[in-house]
Design a protein around this ligand. Structure first.
Ligand code: FO1
Length: 317
């Protein structure tokens, strides 16, 4: 039963942690956002969402932050600070090992896809992790104080600036990385993880060919709303949705996905939005979507698989 999930960072990774407990990981392909990537951060190629998903599924992610490596030290960063380098992006010593390895592989001519596969295999992650594209397509946030890389907006400036627009720089020249379109076409279930719809799922769908593949896919497509009670569980999804003129609600997310979405899993807090989402032709499943522990993650994942199976059975009847 091949399952394909579109994923961004922390929220998606937490959901995937439950998913790989309720299905065999070898049958799971995760297509991951690379719009957060920094191609030359102190000489390193940094890919935050690839690492968040890889570390989480490898069981080594820092559980509180949701990124970086549990128990990591920051001696290298301390020295860089002493040498006058900017250290707003907290790269731990073990985490730096990954960035150095990936940068070295890519300098030897490996694609991001090939480097990602080598890293996840070394860390014992059994499911397939595919960057959305092998080209660098940085997400840039247009704000009232100028245009900045997404990580600068999020981490360096702590989301203090007003979002006027979001640009996926160079995305029109990008192509899906090897295996992405085939995985979507052959999938039995497509899952849109609970990630920021604008800067995590948005870039993936903006890579030429991917959104159309999702629309054309035979598989039922199920999304979990990343917005609960009008607020994101974590991160700036509200600020980015407002910046793009999208209602900050489960319904607003459903509108962004309505060209391909079959089922939307929303939280009990948002059950009154079910009817307006159903009017878009999307089946709604009202659940406990806050993933506060592994058991909740597993149950949510099972709910998603069951909802997809139910939708497919309905399609056949
Ligand atoms: N997020 C922060 O808020 N502060 C950081 O210093 C930080 C460092 C960092 C290092 C590696 C990595 O893979 C992710 C990191 N993140 C950090 C998370 C990242 O900024 C975002 O959470 C993702 O890019 C969005 O999904």
């Amino acid at each position: 039963m091949s399952v394909v999930a579109l994923a961004g960072g922390v929220g998606a990774a937490r959901f995937l942690e439950g998913l790989v407990q309720v299905m065999s990981p070898e049958e799971l392909t995760v297509i991951i956002n690379t719009g957060d990537d920094m191609a030359n951060f102190m000489g390193l190629y940094i890919s935050p969402d690839l690492d968040i998903v890889t570390y989480t599924l490898a069981g080594i992610v820092d559980p509180e932050k949701g990124w970086g490596i549990k128990g990591d030290t920051f001696h290298c960063l301390g020295m860089l600070q002493q040498l006058g380098f900017e250290t707003w992006f907290q790269l731990g010593d073990r985490d730096l090992g990954t960035h150095i390895a990936r940068t070295a592989m890519m300098q030897q001519g490996w694609t991001l896809s090939k480097a990602t596969r080598a890293i996840r295999q070394s860390l014992g992650v059994q499911c397939r992790l595919l960057p959305m594209t092998d080209q660098w397509v940085p997400t840039r946030i247009v704000t009232d104080v100028g245009t900045q890389h997404f990580e600068e907006y999020l981490v360096k400036r702590q989301c203090q600036d007003i979002v006027e627009d979001v640009i996926f720089d160079g995305i029109e020249r990008a192509s899906p990385s090897p295996g992405v379109l085939e995985a979507i076409q052959q999938a039995k279930i497509l899952i849109i993880c609970p990630s920021n719809p604008i800067v995590s799922i948005g870039p993936i769908l903006a890579v030429p060919g991917i959104q159309q593949a999702v629309i054309n896919a035979k598989a039922p497509c199920v999304a979990i709303s990343p917005i609960i009670g009008g607020k994101p569980v974590k991160g700036p999804a509200d600020k980015l949705m407002e910046g793009k003129g999208v209602e900050v609600s489960a319904k607003g997310v459903a509108e962004l996905y309505q060209t391909f979405l079959d089922v939307m899993v929303i939280d009990q807090k948002d059950k009154k939005q079910a009817s307006s989402i159903e009017k878009m032709g999307i089946t709604v499943s009202v659940e406990q979507t806050l993933m506060s522990n592994l058991d909740r993650k597993k149950r949510l994942a099972q709910t998603v698989l069951d909802a997809a199976a139910k939708h497919r059975a309905k399609q056949k009847s």
